[in-house]
Structure formats: C-alpha cells, structure tokens
Design a protein around this ligand. Structure first.
Ligand code: PNS
Length: 191
C-alpha cells in the first residue's frame, strides 16, 4: 500500500477532545499527518493563531508523525505545497455530512488528485464542537471532558471574569456567597 501523507485542516478555535481523538486516529493510519490551522482574516477568533498553534503542539507532542502548521488561502493549494495527497475531516453526525460533502466535492473540483477521507471521532464526542465549547465557556460553564486540560486552563485564563461571575452566582444560589454581597436582579427576593 502507498504511504499517504494527509492534511487535517480546520479552525481549531479551540481544539477539542473530538479534534484530538481524530488526530490520534489519523496518526495511526497515515504515514504523516499535518494539522493545518486556517489563518482566516475575516473571522475574529477567540484564540490567536499563535495560541492555537501552541495548544495543538502541546497536545500532539506524543505523536511523532504529526506536525502542526498554519495556512491561508485555498486548502487544496496548501495541501499540494506540502505534498499531502489526502485530506482528513471528521464527521460527528449526519448533520455534518451535508456541509462536509459539499466541501469535499468542491475541493475535488479544484484538485481532482486530492482525496478526502472522513473519520468518526469517539461517539462520546459526537456533540462536541468548538463553537459550543466557546459558548459554554463564555457563559462561565464547565467544559471539563469536552476539551483537553491545557485548553480548559487557557479558556479559564481568557474568560476569567465570566467564570468568576458564574462561580459567584452558583455559590449565591446554594446559599454560600462566602460573605460577599451579590447584587443582581435575580437575587432580590420579595419578602
Ligand atoms: O474547522 P472548520 O472551521 O470547519 O474548517 C473549515 C476549513 C478550514 C477546512 C475550510 O474552511 C477551508 O478549507 N478553508 C480554506 C479555504 C478554502 O479552501 N475554501 C474552499 C473550501 S471548499
């Protein structure tokens, strides 16, 4: 069988356990796997390119055949430039399929020699997405088990006020505000 070098492109804002699961699966079947983080100037990401790069580097340090890179422009052109003959994408549920199929077929139109391979992450991550992780974290909610610990830590650092507020509200609603007065409309009870 031919030895295949693959590109796993994405935004990874932030990397989730689902991404990591897919990288580990991909690393087992491809000779080399390049994780390509898209440099997208249109979207304002939660994590800078450098932060995402560092997180992914740390998370994949145990995988010898995995490399982290960044790219901009057309993915197929980048794949060609690194001599990747395959693109890896994850499909979590049927809802992903439509978009992924469209993208795979467009990429095939742009570069017929590049094959897209879909893999499923572990079913326990089938509902995990970067977008939902950001949403939960922005409201100070728990993301344990959804993202690796380094990412969880980074989210806590970045969103400290949201987490602080959430923790205070939790304490207050369980009757333990630690002596602090929290003044929000929610807490004002009519006597
Ligand atoms: O993790 P994401 O955001 O779902 O990844 C989407 C990504 C980065 C794979 C896709 O937007 C992409 O390849 N962008 C690069 C520009 C490009 O080639 N567009 C044509 C895709 S059909």
């Amino acid at each position: 069988m031919n030895k295949v070098s693959a590109l796993y492109p994405g935004s990874f804002d932030p990397p989730t356990n689902g991404h990591l699961d897919l990288i580990e699966r991909g690393a087992k079947i491809f000779e080399e796997l390049v994780v390509g983080i898209l440099r997208n100037s249109e979207k304002i990401p939660m994590f800078s390119l450098a932060e995402r790069f560092e997180m992914l580097k740390t998370l994949t340090a145990h995988l010898e055949n995995v490399r982290i890179e960044t790219f901009h422009g057309l993915m197929v052109e980048y794949a060609k430039s690194i001599e990747a003959t395959c693109v890896l994408r994850g499909i979590r549920a049927v809802s992903d399929y439509e978009y992924e199929l469209q993208m795979a077929l467009m990429n095939r139109k742009l570069e017929p020699t590049l094959e897209t391979v879909f893999m499923m992450p572990a079913d326990k991550y089938s509902y995990v997405s970067s977008r939902l992780v950001r949403e939960v974290a922005q409201a100070g909610g728990p993301v344990k088990g959804l993202v690796p610990e380094v990412v969880e830590q980074k989210l806590r650092e970045k969103l400290e006020p949201a987490y602080k507020f959430h923790d205070e509200m939790q304490q207050a609603s369980s009757g333990n505000s630690g002596g602090k007065e929290i003044t929000t409309k929610k807490r004002k009870k009519k006597s």
